[in-house]
Design a protein around this ligand. Structure first.
Ligand code: OGA
Ligand code: MN
Length: 221
């Protein structure tokens, strides 16, 4: 097959970890919904999970808030990290955020148990700025983005352990995002069995909010 032909096919289907309702949607969100598989090496994954496990294990999974976006989860807001983890978080910052963007002072750590999932939602604009960047650990999962005004416009992101995803601008404001529950966890035709998953999420500060200002976000913004 010629190079040009390959390129055409690639544009239709996106890279191997992004699927969309149409080539136009894939093109439109190419820079605002980004997945970087293998962002963490095995040692870095191990560094983060070893540091997080003891803190998470002190908490209990929550299930039964019928109106909440997240089911089967425990979480923490973490602001003190080992030097090895700080190096990883700096790399996330350099990759996902612009030089003019300030991050929320603490990092959101979310632990979904095997039946846990996240319903479609848009992160509150009161508590979170234009960019959300998340590392996935332990289990693969599928994140689905759906346009809030045009439900036929969607994207699926395959999040393997060690991957980084970035949602910014239009993907962050105009699309809801969700993490599919095990029974619905498919990337196209491909079944993606869900087990326990930990995510480590960095967010930019909302416009007009300065670091240290009172009223900073609750967990899960
Ligand atoms: C959230 C959220 C996604 C993830 O906590 O608001 O969408 O990767 N989390 O866990
Ligand atoms: Mn969210």
């Amino acid at each position: 097959m010629s190079g040009g032909m390959w390129l055409a096919l690639r544009t239709l289907s996106g890279p191997g970890w992004v699927r969309g309702s149409s080539p136009a949607v894939l093109r439109r969100l190419r820079d605002s919904a980004v997945v970087r598989p293998g962002f963490l090496n095995a040692e870095e994954e191990e560094t983060l999970s070893r540091e997080l496990e003891p803190e998470l294990h002190r908490r209990r999974y929550e299930f039964d808030h019928w109106d909440s976006a997240i089911h089967g989860f425990r979480e923490t807001e973490k602001s003190r990290w080992s030097e090895a983890s700080r190096a990883i978080l700096r790399r996330v910052q350099e990759t996902a955020f612009g030089p003019g963007q300030t991050l929320l002072p603490s990092v959101h750590v979310l632990d979904l148990e095997p039946r846990g999932y996240i319903k479609p939602h848009v992160d509150s604009i009161k508590f979170c700025g234009a960019t959300i960047a998340g590392l996935s650990l332990l289990s693969p999962s599928v994140m689905r983005l759906v346009h809030t005004q045009e439900p036929g416009e969607w994207l699926e992101l395959l999040l393997e352990p060690g991957s980084l995803y970035i949602l910014r601008d239009s993907a962050r404001y105009d699309y809801s995002h969700e993490i599919l529950r095990d029974e619905e966890s498919f990337f196209g035709e491909r079944r993606v069995p869900r087990s326990r998953r930990i995510s480590v999420i960095c967010r930019s500060l909302p416009k007009g909010m300065r670091p240290g200002e009172p009223g900073l976000p609750p967990p899960a913004c």
